[in-house]
Design a binder for this molecule. Structure first.
Ligand SMILES: NC(=O)c1ccc[n+]([C@@H]2O[C@H](COP(=O)([O-])OP(=O)(O)OC[C@H]3O[C@@H](n4cnc5c(N)ncnc54)[C@H](OP(=O)(O)O)[C@@H]3O)[C@@H](O)[C@H]2O)c1
Length: 205
C-alpha cells in the first residue's frame, strides 16, 4: 500500500518527468522512503527529503536522496532553499503546514504538488489556516491535487511489475520498524505521530 501510494504520487499525481527535481516530506517513512527512490529510478535530476532526526537524514542519503535535512534544525523554507537552490518541480506532501508553505515558495512554474497526507495537522487542536502563500500557485500556474491510493488500483499491475524488477535487481531498499504484540499497537500508532519509525511501522502478532 505505501509503495503504490508513493508510485502513484510521484508518477501520476506529481506527473514527474525525467530531469525534474522532487521534494518529499516525511521522507524516511513508509511512503516517503519509497517515493524518493522511485523518483531517482525514474530519472529525477535531484531528490530532496525532510525528516525529523539526524539519524533519519543520514538514512535518506543511504537511500540515494541527493540532499536531506532535519526540519527541527531550522525553518523548513530556509533549509529547502539551500537543498534545492534551483527549485522543485514535484512535491510529494505527507506533512502539510510549514512544509507545504515552504514547497509553494520553491516550486518552479507549472510544478505539481501531490497532496498525500498532512500528518503535522492531524492532531492540531484547532484547524490551522491554509498556507499563507497559496496565491503563489496562481502566478506559477501550479497544480495541487489530493489523492487516495484506493482510487488507483488500476495502477497496481504496473507498480508490481516495475517494483518487482527493481527489487530483484537490488535497486530498492526498504526498512520496517516492528513493534511486538497486539497490546503495543496503540504505542506503535502513537509512535508514528512521534516519528519513532523508519520505513513502515508494523505490529507483529
Ligand atoms: N493519500 C493516501 O492514499 C495515503 C496512503 C498512505 C499514507 N498516506 C499519508 O501519507 C503520510 C505518510 O504515511 P506513512 O504511512 O508513510 O507514515 P510514515 O511516514 O511511515 O510515518 C509518519 C511519519 O511522519 C512524520 N511526522 C510525524 N509528525 C510530524 C510533523 N508534525 N511534522 C513532520 N513530520 C511528522 C514522522 O517522521 P519524522 O521523524 O520525520 O518526523 C513519522 O515517522 C501520512 O500523512 C499518511 O496519512 C496517504
Amino acid at each position: 500500500m505505501p509503495g503504490l501510494t508513493a508510485y502513484v504520487g510521484i508518477l501520476d499525481i506529481g506527473a514527474m518527468r525525467p530531469g525534474e527535481a522532487v521534494f518529499v516530506s516525511a521522507a524516511a517513512g513508509a511512503v516517503g522512503s519509497l517515493a524518493g527512490q522511485i523518483a531517482k529510478l525514474r530519472g529525477a535530476s535531484r531528490v530532496v527529503g525532510s525528516a525529523g532526526s539526524a539519524a533519519k537524514v543520514e538514512y535518506l542519503t543511504k537511500l540515494g536522496y541527493d540532499a536531506a535535512f532535519n526540519y527541527h534544525d531550522a525553518p523548513v523554507r530556509d533549509q529547502l532553499k539551500a537543498a534545492a537552490p534551483d527549485g522543485i518541480d514535484v512535491y510529494l506532501d505527507n506533512v502539510g503546514g510549514d512544509h507545504l508553505e515552504a514547497a509553494l515558495s520553491r516550486m518552479r512554474p507549472f510544478g505539481r504538488i501531490a497532496l498525500c497526507g498532512a500528518i503535522s495537522m492531524y492532531n492540531a487542536g484547532r484547524q490551522a489556516p491554509g498556507p499563507a502563500n497559496l496565491p503563489l500557485a496562481i502566478g506559477k500556474q501550479l497544480t495541487l491535487r489530493g489523492y487516495l491510493v484506493g482510487s488507483h488500483e488500476d495502477r497496481r499491475p504496473d507498480f508490481l511489475a516495475e517494483m518487482a524488477q527493481w527489487l530483484r535487481a537490488g535497486r530498492i531498499r526498504f526498512d520496517e520498524t516492528v513493534v511486538d504484540g497486539i497490546a503495543h499497537a496503540p504505542d506503535a500508532f502513537l509512535g508514528l505521530l512521534r516519528g519513532d519509525n523508519t520505513g513502515k511501522m508494523l505490529v507483529r502478532l
